[in-house]
Design a protein around this ligand. Structure first.
Ligand code: MSP
Length: 533
């Protein structure tokens, strides 16, 4: 059972398929922003990328929420889904497939997959007794429950007792294969804390899990016994594979896995780790399909230190945030300020301070004042300096020369904060360098060669910084590149052809053949709101 072939160049990644029982929130936006940054980065490296996102439209949670609104589940889902599409649009998410679990072709993929697992003898009828959390769509162990039979994740919800006939999947049969998978592929589950969590869970012994429900209609009928509906998670995971179908393909499993399969990366939140790192690979093993390369479980976002949720009335509406501050601001804050993998906090004052410090001051002012100096001291033209003529020990060239490698390894490790920090080190060094070199004094002294070299080195460093941050702040990078005289677009999916990483990540690319654009602020300073009470 092989993990992804190392010579393969395609890169397929997923976000979770979001439940549509409510409007999208910042937690859903978080994973999708990260996935988009990785997809953009891989495209710039030259990998053909398939980025799958979508919605999970089955199960009891959706069924009940729809009923409470007096709607059929499908009609209800159809009302919510456009909100996700709008959010991805305003956040500038360039996904390739939007996989809805309610899609008809998905049912065909599910049925074909089911047949394989059935033929393997891995499905049997049994009696399911246990505590079920509808919000998690998951059975809970009695020892996990909080007082009052409440769910440890949805602390205001009581779990419900179930004693019913269900079909089970023989998860226990795959325990040794799973342990071997984790041992042979130490990077399969990341970060390491999540890997340990999974190892402990699996070593305790796996129990078979039920993959059908009775008394739930929102879902696909179980192919062998129509009294049962397939469990929402059984079909939801498979919608990743359905998302691999080309739009005109016949919906067969063979077609779905023909080009992009297996997945290189499943990005998820830590609460759905077991489904992805235990159940999913076991299901794939049973169906004789290859396994994904990596499952990365990120942390949870809190607001002002409090768990975010409807019960605390402290959810953040991502569309409102983007409308107020712009997509790049939101993308930058979440990826730069929170170590991917750890829990992180949103606090509006800190949000504003980070954006003002990094994007408005350090990067934005730097470009603006340098372009104004170029206007004043160099006739508005890029100084005719060649990188080769600048000493390797030059403080900016020295940082710039090693940056690509550092940032590439940070993106590959999903260490977005490290990619940002490393890049901002160059930007901050530029500000310090200008202050120390004082080109305005050198200009007065008539040393125009020195002025030219200083301004060239700074402009080139700003270009490089904009390039390396483009997966995170593509609109700002576009503005920087435009002002430096490039006519490229970081929002065009084909960045590899026009702006390939191998060339643009190298310090020294800027040339005096470029015609500089008008200096314009690339990020407007945000005023800190005055306290309202
Ligand atoms: N439908 C399932 C996923 C099926 S994938 C085949 C699901 N959906 S969800 O909408 O409830 O959650 C989607 C993702 O949002 C999860 O990865 C979850 O971790 C993430 N988040 C929900 N709240 C969050 C925060 N407060 N912070 C960060 N991520 C959070 O589970």
């Amino acid at each position: 059972m092989g993990i992804v072939n190392p010579t393969r160049t395609t890169f397929a990644l997923t976000t979770p398929l979001y439940y549509v029982n409510g409007l999208p929130h910042i937690g859903s936006a978080y994973t999708t922003i990260a996935a988009d940054a990785i997809a953009r980065f891989k495209r710039a490296l030259g990998h053909p990328v398939l980025f799958v996102t979508g919605t999970d439209e089955h199960g009891q949670k959706i069924e009940r929420t729809a009923a409470a609104k007096g709607l059929e589940p499908q009609a209800f889902c159809d009302q919510i889904v456009p909100n996700f599409l709008k959010l991805w649009d305003v956040l500038n998410i360039k996904y390739d497939r939007f996989s809805r679990t309610s899609a008809e072709r998905h049912q065909q993929i599910v049925n074909q997959f089911f047949e394989r697992v059935w033929a393997k003898g891995d499905i049997y009828l049994g009696q399911q007794k246990g505590w079920y959390c509808v919000s998690c769509e998951e059975f809970k162990e009695e020892r996990e429950l909080l007082p009052g039979n409440r769910c440890p994740i949805h602390t205001n919800k009581e779990v419900e007792w179930r004693d019913e006939e269900n079909y089970f999947f023989r998860l226990s049969k795959y325990q040794d294969d799973l342990l071997k998978l984790y041992a042979d592929n130490p990077d399969f589950i990341q970060p390491i804390s999540r890997r340990n969590e999974v190892l402990n869970f699996v070593k305790q012994g796996l129990q078979d899990f039920s993959i059908t429900r009775v008394n739930v209609n929102c879902g696909f009928p179980m192919p062998k016994d129509q009294k049962h509906t397939l469990y929402v998670w059984f079909d939801a995971l498979l919608a990743y594979i359905t998302g691999m179908l080309e739009p005109d393909d016949e919906p067969t499993l063979e077609n779905a896995i023909a080009k992009w399969y297996p997945f290189n990366l499943h990005l998820i939140g830590k609460d759905i780790l077991r489904f992805h790192a235990v159940y999913w690979p076991a299901m794939l093993m049973s169906a004789g399909l290859e396994l994904p390369e990596k499952v990365f479980g990120h942390g949870f976002l809190t607001k002002d230190g409090q768990k975010m949720g409807k019960s605390n009335d402290n959810t953040i509406d991502p569309i409102d945030l983007v409308e107020r501050y712009g997509a790049d601001a939101v993308r930058y804050y979440f990826l730069k300020e929170i170590e991917f993998g750890k829990d992180g906090d949103f606090n509006e004052i800190r949000f504003i301070n980070v954006l003002n410090a990094d994007l408005a001051n350090d990067l934005g002012n730097l470009l603006n004042r340098t372009l104004n100096m170029v206007k004043k001291y160099c006739g508005g033209k890029i100084p005719p300096v060649k990188s080769a003529d600048i000493a390797d020990s030059h403080p900016l060239k020295a940082i710039g020369a090693n940056l690509a490698q550092e940032v590439e390894s940070a993106y590959n490790a999903l260490a977005f904060n490290r990619a940002c920090e490393a890049t901002m080190t160059l930007v901050r060094a530029c500000n310090k360098y200008i202050d120390e070199q004082a080109p305005w004094t050198l200009y007065k002294q008539g040393n125009s060669a020195a002025v030219g070299e200083i301004l060239y080195a700074v402009l080139e460093s700003v270009r490089l910084a904009a390039y390396l941050l483009a997966p995170i702040i593509p609109n700002i990078s576009n503005d920087v590149y435009t002002q430096l005289g490039f006519t490229v677009n970081f929002n065009d999916q084909n960045t590899f052809t026009h702006i390939p990483f191998a060339i643009h990540s190298q310090w020294g690319l800027l040339s005096d053949a470029q015609i500089l654009g008008e200096p314009k602020p690339i990020f407007k300073r945000i005023d800190t709101p005055s306290p309202t009470n």
